[in-house]
Design a protein around this ligand. Structure first.
Ligand SMILES: *Cc1c(COP(=O)(O)O)cnc(C)c1O
Length: 417
């Protein structure tokens, strides 16, 4: 377990002190950054394990982990060492040439996922874009070009490129960007009858998250992925699973689809793959991969040597059986404690406790944004998923004591509402 060890917890700093260093940097941000994010007013400058510090030295318990990204914790020593060693030998050569870290990573990822072909890119959106392009090309190559429509789900999140945001089943992300690309349809998540009724001669693929992370940590009902797999087999559709948030061990299995024992046609991964370095991948079945012949798709930075070197260590650690066993146990601990908290608070304040492994959500009876701000002021970093859900996606190195510490802060803030 040395790979998961970290410094002992220390108390979060009080929030009310003046913050001149943070304030000065934020002033500069407001002058120069595109104002497309609702950013929390802190500048984070240092991290270790589950702790981060801001420019004025305040300490936070980070149970968000860069949005389900730094799964081995901030500045994990072995991952950091691998990235540093790669920085000293070779950074980037492009995919005009072969590079060893990328090939090793492809070998690890394909073995772990059971999908034998890997394409590397730099983000989740790009990995999903590859799924969409793969789908269209496969259908052309099969001689069924009339099949181009991708079915995805309401409240889903698949990215911000024009195609992936169109696949995203949230009208608020579409507004202002019309006309949207053709060939997308959204259906209620978990409703297999609606999917069956919607499949027609133009249907090409179903794109689904095992748990809707951004959409509020909503889990697919048991059997849903299995039923989608059967429907895809029956109708000749591809089953695409977006594992950008649920993959890389987050739910306690290597990939979310594995809880149902199915085999997707292709999946996307990104967030936790590089423990914070930008890297994504599309993994697919052999016969589908053969549609993307030279010239059809690519990425200049995809599979960059430094990101791939880090990701190789991430995978090596995640593939040790005790790592994911701990994710399952810690997640179960959180769910049990969160349900006790739900029972202690005024009825209905926590509407629902949801999640699997270390992707966890508390749905509240109100807009979550001011609560997130209060939690941060009390020393806890989390974020909103949907309008009413507090999302926890802590690094896997989190201890049960730290999860309790986080929930104690939640209790104080929610009890004072
Ligand atoms: C975050 C996320 C994406 C988008 O990933 P980016 O790296 O921001 O492009 C896509 N799908 C899911 C399920 C995600 O959680």
């Amino acid at each position: 377990m040395t790979a998961l060890s970290q410094p002992p917890p220390s108390p979060a700093a009080p929030a009310s002190a003046p913050t001149p260093a943070n304030d000065a940097i934020i002033q500069k941000a407001k002058r120069h950054l595109l104002q497309n994010y609702k950013q929390q007013p802190v500048v984070l400058v240092r991290g270790k394990g589950t702790r981060v510090w801001d420019a004025d030295g305040r300490e936070y318990l980070d149970l968000l982990g860069g949005i389900a990204t730094c799964s081995l914790g901030h500045c994990h020593p072995e991952v950091t060492a691998a990235a540093k060693a790669q920085l000293d030998s070779l950074w980037h050569v492009s995919n005009v040439f072969y590079s060893q870290p990328q090939i090793d990573l492809a070998a690890q990822l394909t073995e772990w996922s059971g999908l034998p072909r890997a394409f590397f890119c730099n983000s989740g959106g790009e990995a999903n874009e590859a799924l969409l392009k793969l789908t269209r090309k496969v259908m052309k190559d099969r001689g069924t070009p009339e099949r181009f429509e991708v079915i995805s789900f309401e409240k889903s999140f698949h990215g911000r490129t024009l195609a992936t945001v169109t696949a995203t089943g949230q009208p608020k992300y579409h507004a202002g960007f019309e006309p949207l690309p053709a060939g997308f349809k959204h259906l209620p998540y978990g409703d297999i009858d609606a999917v069956r009724a919607a499949v027609g001669p133009s249907s090409a693929a179903i794109l689904v998250e095992p748990i809707q992370g951004e959409g509020g940590v909503r889990m697919a009902p048991p059997g849903f992925l299995t039923a989608l797999r059967a429907l895809c087999d029956e109708k000749g559709l591809l089953l695409l699973v977006d594992e950008v948030q649920t993959g890389m061990g987050r739910t306690g299995k290597p990939f979310g689809f594995m809880h149902e024992g199915i085999r997707p046609d292709a999946i996307s991964v990104a967030k936790a793959l590089g423990n914070g370095l930008p890297i994504g991948a599309m993994l697919c079945r052999e016969e589908l991969g053969s549609s993307l012949v030279p010239g059809t798709h690519g990425s200049t930075f995809g599979g960059n040597l430094v990101a791939a070197a880090a990701a190789n260590v991430v995978l090596r650690i995640l593939r040790q059986p005790e790592t994911l066993k701990a994710v399952t146990e810690k997640g179960a601990h959180f769910l049990a404690r969160a349900r006790e908290l739900q029972a202690r608070l005024p009825a209905g304040r926590i509407v629902a406790v949801r999640g699997q492994g270390l992707l966890l959500g508390l749905e509240l009876d109100r807009d979550v944004a001011p609560v997130i701000a209060s939690l941060r002021e009390a020393g806890l970093l989390v974020n909103a998923a949907g309008d009413r859900t507090v999302r926890f996606a802590p690094p896997f190195v989190v201890t049960t004591q730290e999860l309790d510490e986080g929930l104690a802060i939640v209790e104080r803030v929610l009890a004072a509402l």
